[in-house]
Design a protein around this ligand. Structure first.
Ligand code: GLU
Ligand code: ZN
Length: 335
C-alpha cells in the first residue's frame, strides 16, 4: 500500500539528543536539560540519542560516563541510540569519532575557511578590543593571524604549533529558538573561533556540529548557557553544507547567589539525592515544576509528563533555586 512507502524508518523522523560531558557527576541542572530533551522527543514519537561529549579528554573520565548513564536510567529516561545500546550513527562517544572531525576540518580547510593562529591567551587578552566576548568562551579574538603573510606564518610555526580558527563571514546570523524566541547577531560578534586547539584537540563547536549533523539530529534542546554558541554552530553547519537543526535553549538552574547551580551549592548531585533517599519521581516532579510544566512539585514519572510537555510552557528566565525550593526535594537541603 502506498502509504507504507512513505514510512520513515523511525516514527516521526524527529531526532533529538542529550549530550553530557562526563567531566563530573550529574546534578539537578543537567537532569533538567536531560528530562526536557527527552520529553521534547518522546512527546513527538521521535528517536532519542545519548552522546558522550568527552572530546576534552583531560577533563573527562569513563567513571563519570558510567555514572551519568546510571543516573539517567534511574530517573526513568531511556534512549534508542547511545554508547551502551549502539545504533546506526555510532560511535556515540566523541573520543571515538576523531576521524570524522578530521574529515570535516579538512573540508573547511580546503574551502579556505580556516587559518592558523599563533596567539597565546595572553596575546589575545592584550589585543582584544572588547573586554568581553561570548559568555561561554572568553575574550573575542581580534583576528590578528587572519592576514599573516606566508613568511610570517612560517616563521611563527618554527616556535609554536598553531590552533586553527574558523574565519567568520560578514553579515548577520538569525534563528528562532524554541524557547528564547527570535535571535539575531552579527556573524563576527564572537570573533573567529577555534576549531582545533594548538594541542590538537578538536573544539566543542566543531565536534558538536559534526555529531549533530551526522547523527541526523533535527531538534537540539540544551541549556541556555549554549545559546551564544549557536550562531557559531550555525556558521559551521552552513560552511559544511549540512541541514540545520532546530534549537531550543532551556533555562538554567541558578543558586541564590545568582550563579549557575554547581557543586559548591551542595547536595544537588543525583548520586547524593539518591543516597539521601529522594525518589526519581520526586526529582522529576520538582524539575517539571521548576521549569514551569507543573503547577506544583508532585511526584511523577517522565512518562506521566509526556502529555503536559510543550516548549511554549517552559519558563524563559533562569530559575533561581532557593533553599526553600531545595527543601522540597529533601528536608536536609534546606539551610
Ligand atoms: N556537552 C555539552 C555540555 O555538557 C553540551 C553540548 C550540547 O548540548 O550542545 O555542556
Ligand atoms: Zn592569532
Amino acid at each position: 500500500m502506498l502509504h507504507h512507502l512513505n514510512n520513515a524508518p523511525y516514527g516521526s523522523g524527529i531526532r533529538g539528543r542529550f549530550a553530557p560531558s562526563p567531566s563530573g557527576c550529574m546534578h539537578i541542572g543537567n537532569a533538567l536539560a536531560a528530562l526536557l530533551a527527552w520529553l521534547q522527543i518522546r512527546s513527538r514519537d521521535g528517536v532519542f540519542v545519548l552522546r558522550m561529549e568527552d572530546i576534552d579528554t583531560a577533563r573527562c573520565r569513563p567513571e563519570f560516563a558510567r555514572q551519568i548513564i546510571d543516573d539517567l536510567r534511574w530517573l526513568g529516561l531511556d534512549w534508542d541510540e547511545g554508547p551502551d545500546v549502539g545504533g546506526p550513527c555510532g560511535p556515540y562517544v566523541q573520543s571515538e569519532r576523531l576521524q570524522l572531525y578530521e574529515d570535516a576540518l579538512n573540508r573547511l580547510q580546503a574551502g579556505g575557511r580556516l587559518y592558523s593562529c599563533y596567539c597565546s591567551r595572553h596575546d589575545i587578552l592584550a589585543a582584544a578590543a572588547a573586554p568581553h566576548g561570548l559568555a561561554s568562551e572568553g575574550p573575542v579574538y581580534p583576528g590578528t593571524c587572519r592576514s599573516l603573510s606566508p613568511e610570517e606564518a612560517h616563521r611563527r610555526s618554527m616556535t609554536k604549533s598553531p590552533s586553527l580558527r574558523f574565519a567568520v563571514p560578514t553579515g548577520e546570523i538569525s534563528f528562532t529558538d524554541g524557547v528564547a524566541g527570535h535571535r539575531r547577531s552579527s556573524a563576527s560578534a564572537g570573533g573567529d573561533f577555534i576549531v582545533r586547539r594548538a594541542d590538537g584537540i578538536f573544539s566543542y563547536q566543531l565536534a558538536v556540529v559534526v555529531d549533530d549533523a551526522l547523527m541526523g539530529i533535527t531538534d537540539v534542546l540544551r541549556g541556555a548557557d549554549l545559546l551564544d554558541s549557536t550562531p557559531r554552530q550555525l556558521m559551521l553547519f552552513e560552511a559544511l553544507g549540512w541541514k540545520l537543526p532546530r534549537y531550543a535553549h532551556v533555562p538554567l538552574l541558578m543558586g541564590p547567589d545568582g550563579r549557575r547551580l554547581a557543586k559548591r551549592h551542595g547536595g544537588i548531585t543525583l548520586a547524593e539525592l539518591r543516597e539521601a533517599g529522594v525518589t526519581p519521581q520526586t526529582i522529576n516532579g520538582w524539575l517539571a515544576w521548576a521549569a514551569g510544566l507543573l503547577p506544583e512539585p508532585v511526584q511523577v514519572s517522565p512518562q506521566e509528563l509526556l502529555l503536559l510537555f510543550e516548549l511554549g510552557r517552559i519558563s524563559r528566565k533562569d530559575i533561581i533555586v532557593t533553599s526553600d525550593m531545595l527543601g522540597l526535594l529533601h528536608p536536609s537541603l534546606k539551610q
